[in-house]
Design a protein around this ligand. Structure first.
Ligand code: DAT
Ligand code: MG
Length: 151
């Protein structure tokens, strides 16, 4: 079975707007497994490393300022095919293009305030979980309802 890990982050606008519970619920209700969770004030260097592939973009300084503008909620989630599935739950980068029913499609109106991040590949899922969580911050646990979610 194709069990993967992905890094999901509720951005400062999501925290300020009181959307933390709503966003976590989307992943919980889907049936994925939470492996790590924390409220965290992100330092500039970490935001720059997280978004290193976008360093050459004109919006990069604004993006780093936004991500560091208040606490974020960092999450590691696990499940079969979760990297692509989480991207679908999140919706398109531009919330006005995101389908209704997705997090961004339902809860946001602007690319610069799109409330949530999700890793875009299995490799980045591994990289980002390792970047945002220290050893010991992830929890190894058995979700007892798993047989009701997966056969
Ligand atoms: P995603 O977050 O959907 O993976 P991305 O990795 O291409 O999108 O970009 C990371 C973030 O950068 C995105 O969530 C919001 C911001 N961003 C992307 N394109 C932008 C643009 N054209 N103008 C302003 N911000 C942008
Ligand atoms: Mg991305």
């Amino acid at each position: 079975e194709d069990v993967q890990q992905t890094y999901i982050m509720i951005k400062p606008d999501g925290v300020q707007r009181g959307l933390v519970g709503e966003i976590i619920s989307r992943f919980e209700h889907k049936g994925f497994t939470l492996k790590g969770l924390k409220l965290f004030q992100c330092p500039t260097e970490l935001a720059e490393e997280h978004y290193r592939d976008l360093k050459s973009k004109s919006f990069f300084p604004k993006l780093v300022k936004y991500i560091t503008s208040g606490p974020v909620v960092c999450m590691a989630w696990e499940g079969p095919g979760i990297v692509a599935a989480a991207r679908k739950l999140i919706g398109a980068t531009n919330p006005l293009q995101a389908e209704p029913g997705t997090i961004r499609g339902d809860l946001a109106i602007q690319v610069g305030r799109n409330v949530v991040h999700g890793s875009d590949s299995q490799e980045n899922g591994q990289r980002e979980v390792a970047l945002w969580f220290k050893d010991g911050e992830l929890c190894e646990w058995t979700q007892e309802i798993t047989p009701w979610l997966r056969e």
